[in-house]
Ligand binder design. Structure first.
Ligand code: ZN
Ligand code: ZN
Length: 404
């Protein structure tokens, strides 16, 4: 085994200059979810050059490759390695030579880095495929940022032999994490990231002259009361030991100083890390909206948009991954997070069907107190994290005792 890991290290080091160039190419050509034709074509071109079999056009732009070892190992269920390819509607302000060439589009979540890491792993694993204990499925998915690309791929059969020839026994994925130092990995057993649901509330009632409020229902005053009342959902209706967020983030109503509008629209997001709390927050928010509206004589419409499920890390598999990461990065460099992060990830859809593990890959340069955060115009994936990402994915694939 050690021989193979040394080989992985050497092959990764040799591949790095080309991988960095690929990452910059991807970074310069960001596209939104389900429109990632550039990344999709680049991935297909690279897999073809490596001699890795693949299927394309899955959930629009998705690509799934597979590497099958000879003999008995090739008949086992596969490990799935996942990368996402989409960018965000943000105007880049990094000033980098390889900055986005597409106005209003930017790889501000580092998915260019994830795609590069998985291409690097594909390249190395293809060269050491004789040592693979099971097949590897390389999942390049579209539309993580709100489009639910993972959900569509799962529905298309990506975890079965309908896509990419092999059934999947377990899934592994990573996300570059600017708050974590380079050379570290962080994750946790159980919920790692939150469920992300959106709520849309419309209050309506007769508007009118601002000087005659008594003949209106004034949805503005009702909205003000409701925003405040909703704060009691998390603070008074959910156990203080359960993580939950309910943020009202948009308020729209009215056009003139002297007119009471007949409608105010609110929207916001709900983040929770278990099903009971998720149900409680949504039910109580709905109830509060109806009761506050009734008290003001307003009509109300409460609409829920269910988002991604909780990203659950399988206990046994995650402990294996932590040991594996420590073996690669050194003692104390695989950090167990004490609590979940309230962001969301559509990697969660894979974990609903097979044991899954998602980890954060450190990207903060040594000596720097902070690095630009995800989803900001100054963010850039740190190229110095590519090598560790590739080796981690390779080690996950070479781990013979994982599930199945
Ligand atoms: Zn993101
Ligand atoms: Zn992301």
């Amino acid at each position: 085994m050690n021989d193979v890991l040394e080989q992985v290290e050497t092959l990764t080091r040799e591949a790095l200059p080309e991988l960095v160039a690929l990452r910059h190419d991807l970074h310069a050509h960001p596209q939104l979810g389900y429109e990632e034709t550039y990344a999709s074509a680049l991935v297909q071109r690279e897999l073809k050059a490596m001699g890795v079999a693949f299927e394309s056009g899955l959930a629009e732009t998705g690509v799934v490759g597979w590497i099958t070892p000879d003999g008995e190992a090739g008949r086992r269920d596969a490990i799935g390695l996942r990368a996402d390819m989409d960018a965000l509607p943000i105007e880049e302000q990094t000033g980098l030579p390889y900055a986005s060439q597409h106005p209003g589009r930017m790889h501000a979540c580092g998915h260019d880095g994830h795609t590069t890491v998985l291409l690097g792993a594909a390249r190395v694993l293809q060269q050491v495929r004789r040592a693979l204990p099971r097949p590897v499925k390389l999942v390049f998915q579209p539309a993580e940022e709100g489009g639910g690309g993972a959900d569509r791929l799962v529905k298309a059969g990506v975890l079965t032999d309908k896509v990419g020839r092999h059934h999947v026994a377990c899934m592994f994925g990573l996300h570059g994490w600017p708050r974590l130092p380079l050379g570290q990995v962080a994750t946790r057993v159980g919920p790692l990231l939150a469920a992300t649901d959106n709520v849309f509330i419309t209050l309506s009632g007769p508007g009118g002259h601002a000087a005659f409020p008594h003949v209106t229902a004034d949805p503005v005053v009702c909205a003000a009361q409701l925003v405040t009342a909703l704060q009691a959902v998390v603070s008074r209706m959910v156990s203080p030991t359960r993580p939950a967020v309910l943020s009202i983030t948009t308020v729209h109503g009215g056009d003139a100083e002297n007119v009471i509008p007949d409608r105010v629209a609110l929207s916001g997001t709900v983040r929770t890390t278990d099903g009971d709390t998720r149900r409680t927050v949504i039910e109580r928010a709905d109830h509060t909206a109806k009761q506050v509206a009734a008290a003001h004589g307003c009509g109300v419409e409460f609409r829920l948009e269910m988002g991604y499920p909780v990203t659950q890390n399988d206990a046994a598999y995650t402990r294996r991954v932590m040991r594996m990461a420590e073996g690669l990065l050194g003692e104390g460099r695989a950090v167990e997070l004490p609590e979940p992060v309230m962001g969301g990830e559509d990697f969660s859809y894979y974990g609903r069907h097979v044991p899954a593990c998602f980890v954060f890959l450190g990207m903060r340069p040594a000596g720097k107190g902070t690095a630009a955060d995800l989803h900001t115009p100054a963010f850039d994936f740190n190229d110095d994290a590519i090598g560790a990402g590739v080796e981690l994915m390779c080690r996950a694939a070479l781990d013979g005792d994982a599930h199945g």
